[in-house]
Write a protein that binds this ligand. Structure first.
Ligand SMILES: [Zn+2]
Length: 158
């Protein structure tokens, strides 16, 4: 049986060709977005993409997860449907949308970016004291050691 993947609009826009030997699924909302942008891929891939709707149970799970990660305002109804469909199909989710990845990650679903790096490679924010140089994991009004201002900085470490 072929592997199943679910694609969102951002993933489709990053692709020149659909992967072979997979069953590719989209939601009706994704297909509509492609057609709205008059993207040639909609007609090229129309016959190759399986269009399927997500279950209400999975949609509820996705909305709950998005609330927990703080992504609920960043996720469109179409985004939520795409994540929910991937849950229903136990499929790998292909997306370049940071918030979609974040919610998928929270739900411990398999996901993969297409045109960008996965969020596990996104660096974490830290705060460094402008006075003594001590680094803090959380934002604070001032350094707990010397009282100087903190400056946000990106760290490669977890
Ligand atoms: Zn300090």
């Amino acid at each position: 049986m072929a592997n199943r993947i679910v694609l969102d609009t951002s993933a489709l826009f990053s692709m020149e060709q659909l992967p072979v030997d997979v069953e590719a699924f989209v939601t009706p909302g994704v297909l509509k977005e492609l057609e709205r942008y008059k993207d040639r891929r909609a007609s090229l891939w129309g016959d190759l993409l399986h269009v399927s709707e997500a279950s209400k149970a999975s949609l509820a799970k996705v909305r709950k997860a998005a609330t927990e990660t703080g992504d609920s305002t960043r996720i469109s109804p179409t985004d939520a449907e795409v994540i929910a469909l991937a849950l229903d199909l136990e499929a790998e989710l292909l997306t370049d949308d940071y918030s979609v990845q974040n919610v998928a990650s929270h739900l411990q679903m398999p996901f993969r970016p297409v045109g960008i790096k996965a969020i596990k490679e996104v660096r974490k924010w830290r705060w460094r004291c402008t006075g003594c140089g001590k680094v803090f994991d959380n934002e604070m009004p001032e350094c707990q050691v010397c009282g100087s201002k903190l400056k946000s900085t990106l760290s490669r470490k977890n």
